[in-house]
Write a protein that binds this ligand. Structure first.
Ligand SMILES: Nc1ncnc2c1ncn2[C@@H]1O[C@H](COP(=O)(O)OP(=O)(O)OP(=O)(O)O)[C@@H](O)[C@H]1O
Length: 328
């Protein structure tokens, strides 16, 4: 099972520019979480801080008892081995074929024999649907295949936490759907804790168990997907609705007068439709995280807003008392 990641009071600046402050959230073990946010709000900086590649000024990121911010470098280095990182562009070496690219972490960080390396690489290539492309160079394959190769490489060291930076960037909607399914299938197969950073609304709507959003240097919210999808925070609604009107502008923040004018035109806004979460492909085991999430959500049931509870009912059925008592 994946490992829980506890983020507490995290603040990161570059010089005088504060990227975000006081970010607190927990990535539940084995569940899939998405961090949304307009461009430049610090999603990538957040991923790098979680894995200890960037050092926030304040706060902690606890993984397996190690603080990835203020812990000993040696402990951080060891704990980093629990992570698999999928970069935006796949980050493949252009001169190496896919097999060697995917084998790279095994050759670099383990003393495994070539026969064992071959077994692992072929297994991971099979998981992401790349068998048969071992000898291709990154330049000879599509963007979607490069992403999947990046994902396979993130998997070779059997990570318990997987961080994906914009798995959809540069992909068309069809390939984005494939990668969404791939991420859910992967979660069903290895039950790793996953954090996906994206501004893709399809991924946000169909993949995660939990969602959060960064905006204006703070974490707007983080919790079960239904909480964000039914949120009435203007910034969340604007983002999920893909609209021009709202607090997010080209320069990220709009002035008060523009906002007030827009507010007048938004009164007939329709509620967002909540798409069902993707299921693992036929033949794969069910996601173990689903049962754990159900128990977790039921434990917080009384504290959830009515709209989120209503949205959850279908997804949580069949369940015991608390859900059936709800008449919202
Ligand atoms: N190493 C760095 N040094 C200085 N500033 C940085 C550094 N890395 C990121 N930043 C700044 O931090 C801010 C957040 O960047 P980040 O790449 O995390 O945003 P993002 O939300 O991932 O954006 P996008 O969705 O466009 O990828 C930006 O203003 C960026 O210029």
């Amino acid at each position: 099972m994946g490992i829980e990641v506890i983020v507490e009071g995290l603040t990161k600046s570059f010089g005088k520019q504060t990227v975000w402050e006081d970010v607190t959230l927990t990535l539940p073990p084995g569940e899939v979480s998405v961090m949304l946010g307009p461009s430049g709000t610090g999603k990538t900086v957040f991923l790098k801080s979680v894995i200890g590649l960037l050092k926030p000024e304040r706060g902690r990121v606890m993984v397996n008892g190690v603080d990835m911010v203020g812990g000993k470098e040696r402990d951080i280095y060891e704990t980093r081995k629990l992570f698999g990182l999928m970069f935006q562009d796949g980050a493949l070496f252009g001169s190496m074929n896919l097999f060697d690219n995917i084998a790279f972490p095994l050759r670099e960080h383990t003393r495994k024999k070539e026969s064992e390396i071959r077994r692992i690489v072929m297994e991971r290539m099979d998981m992401v649907g790349l068998l048969g492309s071992e000898r291709k160079l990154p330049g000879e394959i599509s963007g979607g295949m490069r992403k999947r190769a990046g994902l396979a490489r993130a998997l070779v060291l059997d990570p318990q936490i997987i961080l994906c930076d914009e798995p959809d960037s540069g992909l068309d909607p069809v390939r984005t759907s494939y990668i969404s399914q791939q991420l859910i299938d992967l979660n069903a197969q290895i039950d790793a804790t996953m954090l996906i950073v994206t501004h893709n609304l399809d991924i946000a709507a169909t993949v995660p168990d939990n969602m959060g959003m960064l905006f204006r240097r703070r974490l707007v919210t983080f919790g079960p997907r239904e909480l964000l999808l039914t949120s009435d925070e203007p910034v969340v609604r604007q983002f999920l609705g893909g609209r021009k009107e709202g607090p997010i502008g080209m320069a990220e923040e709009k002035d008060e007068a523009t906002l007030a004018r827009e507010q007048l035109t938004l009164s007939d806004e329709r509620p967002l439709r909540i798409a069902p979460q993707l299921e693992p492909s036929p033949g794969l085991p069910p996601r173990a995280a689903v049962q754990r999430r159900r128990a977790r959500v039921l434990a917080m049931w009384d504290d959830l807003p009515a709209a989120a509870r209503t949205a959850m009912k279908a997804g949580l059925a069949p369940v015991a008392a608390p859900v059936q008592e709800e008449h919202a």
